[in-house]
Design a protein around this ligand. Structure first.
Ligand code: PLP
Length: 229
């Protein structure tokens, strides 16, 4: 029997409070900000405790770990894939995730499109932006983004629905603000088959700043579940 994990539930309460506070301070009343629980390394029974508390969105990073855990997750949660995704692994997740946040190349977008078509679905995807132009991170650099977006707009079995980023450590407000501008500018271009609905940014260390700068999905792991081993 699992003992109720009070620390996690306390964390959840605090995070929700801080999101609500940032929203009240900086955003419109009608804006929605969703809390995504990032589950890497976390046992499924702990994940299910936060689902039972009303968290409806899970973020998965690793294909194999996700495949091992998915049948045990409480079914009321929606699963998004947020980790680095190799094209040869898309086939394992295509039928069970609702959105892929980490699309950083046209090659990956084409493979998602091909397999979505085969499965008779339209997959929601986000373009990942390497907003700090860091060697160590994937995602399109801001100056490469337009080409990626127009390429993705041609693919009929995917629906480009927003942007995702992991900014450089420190100074994230500046990068979140740049992301918000890209998000707004692309949205205003009214590109066919593209809608800028989701701005996925903010993690444990900077979700309050992300909410301040227009995020509507914050992806939170360690602040919720504790430090990863
Ligand atoms: C791990 C991870 C997160 C959550 O990170 P924390 O700092 O633990 O909140 C968010 N997004 C992505 C893409 C991740 O890999």
């Amino acid at each position: 029997m699992m003992i109720m994990n009070n620390a996690v539930l306390e964390n959840l309460k605090r995070i929700r409070y801080e999101i609500a506070e940032a929203k009240a301070k900086y955003r419109k009343d009608t804006d929605e900000v969703e809390l995504m629980a990032v589950t890497k390394t976390v046992p499924y029974d702990i994940v299910n405790e936060v689902i039972d508390e009303g968290v409806t969105l899970l973020g998965e990073n690793r294909v194999q770990e996700y495949l091992d855990k998915r049948e045990f997750y409480n079914k009321s949660a929606e699963i998004h894939f947020i980790g680095h995704l190799q094209t040869n692994k898309v086939k394992y997740i295509i039928s069970s995730v609702k959105c892929i946040h980490s699309v950083s190349s046209i090659r990956l977008a084409e493979e998602i499109d091909r397999l979505a078509g085969k499965n008779g679905i339209v997959m929601k995807v986000l373009a990942e932006v390497n907003i700090g132009r860091e060697e160590s991170k994937s995602g399109a650099a801001p100056e490469e983004l337009e080409e990626l977006i127009y390429g993705m707009s041609e693919l009929k079995n995917i629906k480009l629905s927003g942007l995702m980023t992991i900014p450089p450590v420190g100074n994230s407000e500046k990068y979140f603000d740049e992301m918000y501008r890209l998000f707004r500018d692309i949205g205003s271009k009214k590109i066919e088959n593209v809608s800028m609905d989701i701005l996925s940014m903010g993690m444990s260390a900077d979700y309050v700043e992300a909410v301040k700068h227009g995020s509507n999905i914050v992806r939170i792991g360690s602040a919720l579940f504790g430090a990863r081993k």
